[in-house]
Ligand binder design. Structure first.
Ligand SMILES: [Zn+2]
Length: 197
């Protein structure tokens, strides 16, 4: 097999769920019948990888210093929802009618993996809570062991800033990841969130 082809197949394997066989099928497909779209894919990948950074306010993906959501004047400035990743932010946006602000941790507390408060941007989150605009902080971390530990820490952070912490309610299966929960369940869990005591 040509070196370029081998390189392409190897590169495609970086995608989640794509093993050697699928990577080869994708590479052959693009070369055999979809070169134009292959080039479009390459261009989009190149631009996205170079230009998408993180919003300085919420840490979600953004190609501008402050993302569209954070700069929108139609979002409620008094509620802040904390999620582990941009995937979950997207799931909440699509499934619920939530109109508040977000903060993306880009991970969860996991000392063994070197993920502490600093890596999760919790100093920035504390600053944000300290600005005094936020009244409720919805903790939407995943119901996993690490997600729960993170939630506990976040609730303390909120209380220290005189902000009411709340948690997504029942309906989210234990150990389940939010992005895989169906829309109805997520919307329900979001709507019937409970304050943390
Ligand atoms: Zn933002």
């Amino acid at each position: 097999m040509s070196k370029l082809l081998t390189d392409l197949i190897e590169a495609l394997r970086c995608l989640p769920g794509v093993g050697g066989k699928s990577a080869q099928r994708m590479a052959f497909h693009l070369l055999e019948r979809d070169r134009e779209r292959g080039l479009r894919l390459a261009k989009a990948l190149d631009e996205a990888m170079r230009q998408i950074g993180n919003c300085s306010r919420c840490r979600n993906f953004s190609e501008t210093p402050v993302c569209a959501l954070c700069s929108s004047s139609s979002r409620d400035r008094h509620v802040l929802c904390v999620v582990e990743s941009p995937t979950e932010l997207a799931a909440i946006e699509q499934a619920t009618g939530y109109r508040g602000q977000y903060f993306v941790l880009l991970g969860r507390l996991s000392p063994l993996d070197g993920l502490g408060p600093e890596e999760l941007g919790l100093d920035r989150l504390a600053e944000r809570l300290g600005e005094g605009e936020i009244e409720e902080m919805i903790i939407a971390t995943n119901p996993t062991v690490e997600g729960e530990a993170t939630a506990h820490y976040l609730a303390q952070l909120a209380r220290a800033a005189n902000v009411k912490p709340s948690r997504l309610a029942h309906g989210v299966p234990l150990g389940g990841e939010l992005e895989f929960v169906d829309r109805g369940t997520l919307a329900h869990a979001f709507g019937s969130r409970q304050s943390v005591d």
